[in-house]
Design a protein. Structure first.
Lengths: 318, 257
């Protein structure tokens, strides 16, 4: 049954209870439109990886329904899988195989003959900057290269839906930005992308829509723009001339010192900045530059899930 | 997946399996050949010459078919168990599980990979045995038929072991504590006519006895047991193991959460 609907992914009442009775998903509903760049956010153990696991068949759902481009996985999971490419969180390729062999083999599992697969493998290895390493054992690749290899592997059968589970975890900022550019390109070419990440700056920069999942439930599902609008506070970083040892408190302007020459202040959106500047001027403090704290989304996220994102609560079921 | 795509997926798994054991040939192909050469020298020439005849055959001729079968069994089993468990351990089995490849293709692909190694090593050992003993093949269909079915059966058993295994200990327990004793007590080195009463009855419960005897019949024309019964037993066990392995894959046992 191949009926194309507007949604790349449609999840209804999806629930998962593991054998140890841990309820990872408590009946979530989620829709991702074709062509979307969608972020699935949540603290560790919230149910993100379980959701991805069900999409790619590594986790068996307890109840609910899931359609991929209109194909119900209960009806024809094999057909639905043709549309999905997955980049998992952990390296899960054979470290003794060469990148070229990993890609051609993966294509073979999708029924792509070796000559076509080899051509595609060359294309993606070049696009992702791995060409020079195509013929060495993959265990000799750097962490960033291994991540890119997993992206190439997920794309080898040219899926219409690409699911990435924290693809830039542990990747340096330069490489992260080049990966962002690559993902934006393939999204522009029509591939729907679902991304889970802990770098909320990443979600804010790349994604149009977002769902926040916490304790197995969707607590927010909207556009990134709408989410940002809900933010009633903005945090600014102020770089000052010279150094100070302390700063007087100002009513309504909670100032904190990041270090001796940097201040941070969280200001309600409807408040004027003039009073703050007047006060600092009176204190003899000269501001030489000011910027938004990058992670606006992080503030909202913390509000919604009531947790510190740096807390490392690893669930063994995820 | 259409039939052509399924064929490509099957071919891919088989090619990957063969590439794996060829890449590590010093671990997979050389040791069984050296072990078997030692068996031939010690049991065939040094000790065998003093034993004389077994079932009216020179001892080297009696023992050679059993040694060939032993290498087929251990290599078919160990190829699938180590490859499949290795994939589970490194999580790269997920590459296959997320793909549309049907479970029966995964199963057949791994089994054919295991048989390729088992039969490959069996062939090398057979060539080696020709150096030590004279053979005139008694029945080609029986020899080929039983060696194929035995290799199939132990490849299936290896896959089931790998599905249940959660550590490297789990993949060495069965070969060490079950397979090796069964092979050594399965009529490789002696005729069961030498046994009496309880021990003979107990040996008749050993499935490897039937395979070794059928293979020996195919090669040199003598057997302690009924050949048709051997084929029936190996066929029945292979069918049972095939459906058990397929059921475990369909269920996602120890593979999907």
């Amino acid at each position: 049954m191949k009926t194309f609907e507007n949604n790349a992914l449609q999840i209804k009442g999806l629930a998962k209870t593991y054998d140890n009775s841990f309820q990872a998903l408590k009946g979530i509903d989620l829709e991702v439109s074709q062509g979307d760049f969608f972020a699935l956010l949540g603290p560790n153990g919230a149910g993100k990886s379980t959701t991805i696991g069900v999409i790619c068949s590594l986790v068996r759902k307890t109840s609910g329904s899931l359609k991929i481009f209109g194909i119900d996985i209960d009806q024809d999971f094999s057909a639905a899988k043709q549309y999905v490419g997955v980049v998992p969180q952990e390296f899960n390729f054979n470290q003794f195989e060469k990148p070229i062999d990993i890609l051609v083999t993966q294509a073979g599992y999708y029924g792509i003959p070796a000559p076509v697969a080899t051509e595609r493998a060359y294309k993606y290895l070049k696009l992702l900057g791995l060409w020079e390493k195509h013929d060495v054992p993959s265990r000799s690749l750097s962490g960033g290269m291994k991540r890119r290899l997993m992206i190439a592997r997920a794309l080898i059968h040219e899926p219409k839906l690409l699911v990435l589970d924290e693809p830039t975890a542990g990747v340096d900022i330069e490489l992260r930005r080049s990966m962002w550019g690559f993902l934006e390109d393939i999204n522009r070419q029509g591939t729907t992308i679902i991304l889970t990440t802990h770098y909320l700056e990443e979600a804010e920069r790349l994604c149009r829509n977002v769902a926040i999942i916490d304790k197995g439930k969707i607590v927010q599902n909207t556009s990134v723009k709408n989410l940002i609008k809900q933010l009633n506070k903005e945090t600014f970083i102020l770089d000052i001339k010279g150094e100070i040892n302390d700063i007087d408190a100002i009513d309504g302007y909670p100032l904190t010192m990041v270090d001796n020459s940097t201040l941070e202040v969280a200001i309600d959106k409807d408040k004027s900045l003039n009073q703050l500047f007047n006060h600092l001027t009176n204190e003899g403090i000269e501001i030489i530059s000011m910027r938004n704290k990058a992670n606006r989304l992080e503030e909202l996220f913390i509000d919604m899930v009531g947790k510190n994102l740096t807390a490392d609560e690893v669930s063994e079921d995820e | 997946m259409n039939n052509q795509q399924k064929w490509v997926a099957f071919e891919t798994i088989v090619r990957r399996e063969i590439r794996r054991f060829m890449r590590i040939w010093p671990q997979t192909l050389v040791p069984p050949v050296i072990t078997m050469a030692l068996y031939f020298v010690i049991f065939g020439k040094l000790v065998g010459s003093r034993i004389g005849e077994m079932s009216s055959l020179p001892y080297i001729q009696f023992v050679a078919p059993g040694l060939i079968m032993m290498s087929v069994i251990t290599n078919s089993y160990s190829n699938v168990v180590s490859s499949f468990f290795g994939s589970k351990f490194q999580s790269n089995i997920e590459e296959l599980l997320v793909s549309p490849t049907p479970n029966w293709i995964i199963l057949v692909g791994y089994i054919v990979g295991g048989m390729a190694r088992g039969l490959g090593v069996g062939l090398i050992v057979t060539l080696l045995s020709i150096y030590f003993a004279d053979f005139s093949l008694y029945s080609l269909p029986v020899t080929i038929g039983i060696v194929l079915m035995t290799s199939l059966m132990f490849s299936l058993a290896g896959l089931i072991n790998a599905i249940f295994a959660t550590s490297f200990d789990d993949i060495s327990i069965i070969p060490t504590f079950v397979l090796t004793p069964l092979i050594y007590l399965g009529g490789v080195f002696y005729s069961i006519e030498l046994l009496t009463g309880f021990w003979k009855s107990l040996t008749l419960l050993n499935p490897i006895l039937y395979m070794v005897n059928a293979f020996r019949y195919g090669m040199v024309g003598i057997t302690d047991i009924n050949i048709v019964g051997s084929f029936a037993m190996v066929g029945l066990f292979s069918a049972l193991l095939f459906f058990l392995a397929l059921w475990l894959l369909e269920k996602g046992s120890r593979l999907r959460s």
